[in-house]
Design a protein around this ligand. Structure first.
Ligand code: SF4
Ligand code: SF4
Length: 118
């Protein structure tokens, strides 16, 4: 006789994060690019542009680790971000050669300030 062993993993609900609440990099990052955020991101979803860093909304897991370490408060949750910056983070041309996993790989901008750097 077959026993019923209970729910299988296939019967568990699947949770997906909302793309609306992904963290967003805004204007204060422009021209400094400290990179403190890069060091704490567990999924390496920061990418470097010419003037700022961007968070790839398809990779960010909304862990919030980056927000408190940004010296200029450039990172905000998506539901508090300005539309313009949500769009900029969405539209950046993400490519592997732009992915950053350490602040030491980031080229600081002209407004980089040694006193603020972590
Ligand atoms: S920590 Fe630095 S690189 Fe990251 S968002 Fe803030 S200013 Fe930009
Ligand atoms: S919220 Fe977490 S996963 Fe998203 S960019 Fe910040 S550190 Fe990375």
């Amino acid at each position: 006789m077959l026993a019923v062993l209970g729910a299988t993993p296939l019967s568990l609900p699947i949770f997906r994060k909302s793309s609306l609440v992904t963290y967003v990099v805004q204007a204060p990052c422009v021209n400094c690019k400290y990179g403190d955020c890069v060091d704490v991101c567990p999924v390496e979803c920061f990418y470097e542009g010419d003037t700022m860093l961007y968070i790839n909304p398809d990779e960010c897991i909304d862990c919030s680790a980056c927000q408190p370490v940004c010296p200029v408060q450039a990172i905000v949750p998506g539901d508090q971000a300005e539309k313009e910056w949500i769009q900029k983070n969405k539209d950046f041309a993400y490519s592997e050669d732009r992915r950053r996993s350490s602040r030491h790989d980031v080229t600081h901008g002209p407004d980089w300030d040694e006193d603020l750097a972590g």
